[in-house]
Every structure is written in structure tokens, then in C-alpha cells.
Write a protein that binds this ligand. Structure first.
Ligand SMILES: [Zn+2]
Ligand SMILES: [Zn+2]
Length: 419
């Protein structure tokens, strides 16, 4: 069995959700240590140098501690559990080529999802004995395949350094929920001239690839909290400050914001919880809101308007408000010169039958943040898609990778890196 398939199956057994990818990061790190050569200029960066842990959204210390305990119990070396605990699961690895040239970056997302994997014998990982060992968690988006391809690229590029500049892989936690890129420090992409993302799947068949994508919406996902004052609802309502009403009024007003003639927009208040008893003025309300747009300018404007609606309603009801970011992605504009380079590099790749310039990607991926950072610094980028003929949709119990897609992805990206 090839190392790539072996890696993919090993990783598939132990999927971990965002910021809890300790076993996964340890697996990647041990392999990088064995392949990379600091005396040749290679470097591995981890921990607080990669992730801004103060900004990690939505996880409790208890969840982070449970992830560390689970990794330890499964035999991950203690020093590696410590290295990657508390949400510090990002790794940046850079390999030096033996010719001058640009820095090329590749984002590799490493997290699984809260999905229970199919136990049907028609599901290949179940039939072949590498179904997830962790009930309720699954690599249901192909990120196990992404890691195996990235490790293969490290092997090939360290064995044969005949490529220009350097090749930097950002192993990114928590792509699901678009949480990981926004807390990855800018140093991960600083100096990158060409930034690539790669995703397996998206309903493409094995042998079909896309050198770019279109159709991604920029998005912000937030939690909004209102804090007021409790009071008896009959005896002293005037002493209360009603967080529930502030939240309800906010929800209604927010839904009036997306009406625009100049852009495609969405907004959804998906969760609203408030109050503690029917005869008590509610002193707390919390809501989860996401909004999207196909232009970053309109998204920035929506963000300002959301903040104004929240502040205005808080003032009207005499309560405090707080907005906490939960996730973020921006629009993804792929650069034609990079697309052209990738189309050319697809020539001659075994098993690669069809390369489109661009394919529709009707979801969000926070690799867009890395690509935007690089573009803002004068660089370029694109998002590659490699078909894998999954029998089930992404994020479903029957998602699977036809493993013939893995060498296609590795050969293609190797060609891009060497061109
Ligand atoms: Zn996904
Ligand atoms: Zn994914």
C-alpha cells in the first residue's frame, strides 16, 4: 500500500474536531521531523507562533482538556500533547528548493466533523476496517486525504530539491465553521508569493480537477450576548432591564439588513436563547448570527450595520451588549496567471483526464483569508479542486474518497511546485 493511502487510512481512524486535532498534529509533526532538514534551510513552526490562542472561538477549557486527555490515553507522546494542547494545533512547514524563486504556500486543513460514520458494509472505510474509532466524529470532508497528500509532497520535495524558491505548507486547524484561518497569525502567510488551497471532492469525479473556483461568499459568524437586570415580572418590572426583548428586537431588525441592489447577501439569526423563568424579567440573551456577501466591501458594510443594530437596541432597552466572532471567511478571487500555471502543470499527470479553469464552489472556505492576505501583500493565489467520486455528499456519514485521487493531487501539486 502506498504511504499516502496508509497515512489517509491511519488518520481516518482518529478524526478530531477543530482546535482538538492533537493526535493529528503529533502525527504530522513526527513525520515532518523525520523528513525535513534544518541544515538545508527547512523550518517547522508550531504553537503560539502559529495560532493566536487568545482569539480561539467557541471552545471551553474542559473541551480542550478532554482532547489532551484522549490523545494521551491513545499513546501520543506527552511532550507532543503538551506542544499541541490548548488549541495550538497549527503547524507551518517550509522546505527550501535549490534554485532561487518565489515562496509558494499550500493550506492543508486537518480537522474532522461531528458526524457519525456509516457502519454499512457498502461504505468502504467500514468494509476495509478503517472506519472512525471515535463515535460521533468523522473525516467527512476529505481533510485526511489533504494531509496525506501534503506529507507526500514533503517527502518528494525533500528527496529532490530541484524546485524554485521554497514550498510552505500551513497545516490549519478548524476549517469547519471557518474558525482556523482567522486565528492563524499573519506570519504564516507573510512572504508568500503564490498561495494555494486544495480540496478533494465537490462532486467532481476522479480524474477531473479545477485550477480555480468561483461562487464563494464572504461570511462572518458571530455570537451576540445581551446582559440586563433580573426583576420580578409583576411586582417590580421597572427595575428589570430586559435582555430578551433587546435580542428579539435585534433579530427582527437584523433580518431587514440584507436587502441590497448592489450585491448578493444573506443574513440568518440561527439561534436565540433567553430568560430563566416565566415570571422573571430576562437578564440574559444570547444569539448566533451569520451573514454573507459576494463582495468583501458589502460584507464589511454589513458588519458595521450589524454592530449598529446591536448597539442601538442595547441602548434602547438599557442592557449591555457584546459581539464575539465565531468564524470568518472572505470572498475568494483566484488569479488568472496562477490558474494558467496550474492548468499547464496538469498536463501529463497520470489519471488526470480533465482540468477546468474554474469550478463552482457554493460554500465558504477560510483558505480565502490566507489567499486574501497574500493578495493584499502583492502576491497571487488560487484554490485547486481534485475530484474524488464520493458516494455521499460532504459532511455526510457516507462521504468517502476514491483513493486514486490522492496520487493525482500529489503529482499535480508537485508539478506546480517545480514549475
Ligand atoms: Zn467541510
Ligand atoms: Zn473541507
Amino acid at each position: 500500500m502506498s504511504t499516502m493511502i496508509d497515512d489517509r487510512r491511519t488518520l481516518h481512524l482518529r478524526p478530531e474536531t477543530g482546535f482538538c486535532e492533537i493526535e493529528t498534529a503529533a502525527y504530522i509533526y513526527e513525520r515532518l521531523e523525520s523528513l525535513m532538514d534544518p541544515s538545508a534551510g527547512d523550518s517547522i513552526t508550531t504553537g503560539d507562533d502559529v495560532i493566536d490562542t487568545a482569539a480561539i472561538p467557541g471552545l471551553t477549557q474542559a473541551q480542550l482538556d478532554a482532547a489532551a486527555a484522549r490523545a494521551l490515553e491513545h499513546g501520543t507522546p506527552k511532550e507532543l500533547v503538551e506542544k499541541f494542547s490548548n488549541g495550538r494545533t497549527g503547524i507551518v512547514a517550509e522546505i527550501k528548493g535549490n534554485r532561487p524563486g518565489p515562496v509558494m504556500g499550500l493550506r492543508t486543513d486537518i480537522d474532522g466533523l461531528g458526524v457519525t460514520e456509516s457502519d454499512s458494509e457498502s461504505h468502504v472505510p467500514t468494509a476495509k476496517g478503517f472506519v472512525s474509532e471515535l463515535v460521533g466524529v468523522m473525516h467527512a470532508c476529505g481533510h485526511d486525504g489533504h494531509i496525506s497528500v501534503a506529507l507526500e509532497l514533503v517527502k518528494r520535495l525533500t528527496e529532490n530539491r530541484d524546485f524554485p524558491g521554497s514550498f510552505r505548507i500551513i497545516f490549519q486547524p478548524a476549517e469547519e465553521g471557518v474558525r482556523g484561518a482567522m486565528v492563524t497569525k499573519a506570519s504564516a502567510t507573510d512572504g508568500v508569493d503564490i498561495m494555494l488551497g486544495m480540496h478533494l471532492g465537490l462532486s467532481l469525479k476522479v480524474g477531473e480537477v479545477g485550477a480555480g473556483t468561483h461562487g464563494q461568499l464572504a461570511t462572518e459568524k458571530t455570537q451576540i450576548d445581551f446582559t440586563g437586570a433580573q426583576a420580578h415580572a409583576a411586582m417590580a418590572p421597572e427595575q428589570g432591564r430586559n435582555a430578551l426583548l433587546a435580542a428579539c428586537s435585534t433579530a427582527l431588525t437584523l433580518h431587514s439588513l440584507p436587502q441590497r441592489a448592489d450585491a448578493n447577501t444573506r443574513l440568518n439569526v440561527g439561534v436565540l436563547n433567553a430568560g430563566s423563568g416565566l415570571n422573571i424579567i430576562a437578564n440574559h440573551a444570547t444569539m448566533n448570527v451569520e451573514y454573507r456577501s459576494d463582495t468583501r466591501e458589502v460584507l464589511a458594510d454589513l458588519k458595521k450595520r450589524v454592530a449598529a443594530v446591536v448597539a442601538g437596541n442595547a441602548q434602547a432597552y438599557g442592557v449591555e451588549s457584546e459581539i464575539t466572532p465565531l468564524g470568518q471567511a472572505t470572498t475568494l478571487l483566484c488569479d488568472q496567471p496562477v490558474i494558467d500555471k496550474c492548468v499547464k502543470a496538469a498536463e501529463g499527470v497520470a489519471g488526470l483526464e480533465k482540468c477546468e479553469d474554474t469550478v463552482l464552489f457554493a460554500a465558504s472556505d477560510d483558505v480565502s483569508i490566507f489567499i486574501e492576505r497574500v493578495q493584499d501583500n502583492g502576491g497571487e493565489g488560487t484554490f485547486l479542486v481534485v475530484g474524488c467520486s464520493s458516494p455521499g455528499p460532504h459532511h455526510s456519514a457516507t462521504f468517502d474518497i476514491d483513493e486514486r485521487a490522492l496520487p493525482i493531487a500529489a503529482d499535480w501539486i508537485e508539478n506546480i511546485a517545480r514549475s
